[in-house]
Design a protein around this ligand. Structure first.
Ligand SMILES: CC(=O)SCCNC(=O)CCNC(=O)[C@H](O)C(C)(C)COP(=O)(O)OP(=O)(O)OC[C@H]1O[C@@H](n2cnc3c(N)ncnc32)[C@H](O)[C@@H]1OP(=O)(O)O
Length: 210
């Protein structure tokens, strides 16, 4: 028997549970969430306790998955799981199309209809969301979230903890530095500096709210 413990029982958790069930790799699934008493169940599965309970479930037959849309939240809980030597799952929807040479690290979710072309690398804890396309020779840095419908051209390097908003486009050979946010629908045609938020077509930086 292999069990999957999903950390986070929100909307993203439902998507994660659905992909896990379609994989048929798991006999038993359950959620942990700090709002477990209020939520009770998610996608018909039990929400058994708070996130910090994860260590109670660690054994050789249990995998863990962090189902949090927040890049920082995924980073924090994945680091705690790795420190506790928990086994991390990688979940890939059966309709995703992934070239053989693609390297995918652990804790990654690849959603329905995503396409990843040859020699791309997908880092720890990354989300490649519904219908996103990553072309050849790209690197997606750890904990980044490529939102639904994003199109990334060839040889693009995305840093860690980046959030590429729904429907954004990135032309070839761009480097997106760590901690950048690309707004919904943006088209990025120049490389970025760390921590920038960029919006529009072509994408330009906006200042962050205090
Ligand atoms: C399955 C899922 O649900 S995955 C989640 C998918 N969600 C997304 O992709 C959301 C992406 N987020 C966005 O696009 C956000 O608007 C952000 C992060 C870029 C900016 O958010 P905030 O920091 O709150 O900025 P705020 O809303 O105050 O806007 C600041 C300015 O940028 C403009 N702006 C914000 N987002 C965009 C955008 N996507 N395109 C163009 N302009 C934008 C605003 O109109 C505003 O302009 P103004 O100062 O002239 O009025």
């Amino acid at each position: 028997m292999t069990r999957l413990v999903i950390l986070g029982a929100g909307g993203h958790g439902k998507v994660v549970a659905d992909v896990a069930q379609l994989s048929q790799d798991y006999d038993k699934l359950l959620f942990l969430d700090d709002a477990f008493e209020r939520i009770g169940e998610c996608a018909g599965l039990p929400v058994a306790g708070p996130l910090s309970d994860f260590s109670r479930y660690i054994n050789e037959h249990t995998h863990f998955f962090v189902a949090m849309g927040s890049c920082a939240g995924r980073q924090s809980w994945l680091q705690q799981l790795l420190a506790a030597k928990a086994q991390l799952a990688t979940l890939i929807h059966p309709t995703a199309i992934i070239a053989h040479s693609v390297v995918i690290e652990s804790g990654v979710l690849i959603c329905a209809g995503a396409i990843i072309n040859p020699d791309s690398k997908i880092g720890l804890g990354v989300i490649i969301n519904t219908g996103a396309t990553i072309d050849h020779d790209c690197v997606i840095g750890a904990y980044s979230h490529v939102c639904p419908g994003v199109s990334i051209a060839g040889m693009v390097h995305v840093g860690e903890l980046c959030w590429l908003g729904i429907g954004a486009n990135v032309i070839q050979l761009i480097t997106i530095a760590d901690h950048c946010t690309l707004g919904a629908g943006a088209t990025l045609i120049h490389s970025t500096q760390a921590g920038q938020t960029l919006v529009g077509v072509p994408a330009r930086p906006i200042s962050k709210k205090e």
